[in-house]
Design a protein around this ligand. Structure first.
Ligand SMILES: CC(C)(COP(=O)(O)OP(=O)(O)OC[C@H]1O[C@@H](n2cnc3c(N)ncnc32)[C@H](O)[C@@H]1OP(=O)(O)O)[C@@H](O)C(=O)NCCC(=O)NCCS
Length: 179
């Protein structure tokens, strides 16, 4: 289901758990839940100000998934708009950077991560991004598969990108206006 900035939040139905999941923009009151999900799911953790700074920078590309009924967040995605050379040519362009995305383990494999990424890409397009990119651990097969299913391709390996020395894959996707 497409998500547009003028829409009401998107509701994902028919999930395996039969819960309703609302895909909506982050609000400052969500900060504790988002920081908690980040700590559970990823080794890359940040102070609150980092999350709030990204929200200030690109509020329409900071999206959360909320489990209705339980009034609990089950995932988030936050992004940054950057200028740089296109991954698909040599010209400078505006690029949407997926900085962090995570879904709680008990909420995975229901389409929530994909819905978050799609909603965030729509938000980034509103800010003028014509392509998207992200870094992912080369051993993170689940995430790589989700990104590939959404049309991302591996551009190159970033040697020793992570603090523990693991390599990252740089994955890129061009915005297709008709999508
Ligand atoms: C990566 C991550 C965000 C994906 O979240 P998710 O909610 O599980 O993602 P989705 O449900 O959209 O997709 C996962 C799989 O479930 C499948 N799926 C989607 N809806 C489904 C459904 N209703 N029933 C069964 N399977 C479903 C998808 O096809 C996908 O399968 P794939 O293995 O073929 O790609 C999640 O695994 C995560 O938080 N990982 C830890 C943090 C992390 O690594 N973040 C990325 C850092 S770069």
């Amino acid at each position: 289901m497409p998500y547009t900035q003028n829409d009401r939040p998107q509701i994902l139905e028919g999930l395996q758990t039969e819960q309703q999941i609302e895909i909506r923009k982050f609000q400052k009151e969500d900060i504790r839940s988002v920081v908690g999900i980040n700590r559970i799911c990823l080794p890359e953790n940040y102070p609150d100000q980092f999350f709030l700074g990204l929200h200030y920078h690109a509020p329409d590309a900071f999206i959360v998934a909320e489990s209705k009924g339980e009034d609990e967040l089950c995932g988030y995605i936050m992004c940054r708009i950057e200028r740089g050379l296109s991954s698909f040519g040599k010209l400078p362009t505006k690029k949407g950077h997926i900085v962090s995305v995570a879904v709680k383990p008990e909420c995975r494999n229901q389409g929530i991560g994909s819905a978050l990424i799609e909603a965030a890409m729509e938000g980034m397009v509103e800010y003028g991004a014509s392509e998207f990119f992200l870094e992912v651990r080369e051993t993170n097969k689940d995430a790589i598969s989700v990104y590939e299913n959404l049309g991302f391709e591996i551009k190159r390996t970033l040697k020793g990108y992570y603090r523990d020395g693991e390599d990252a894959l740089l994955m890129v996707k061009k915005h297709q206006p008709e999508e």
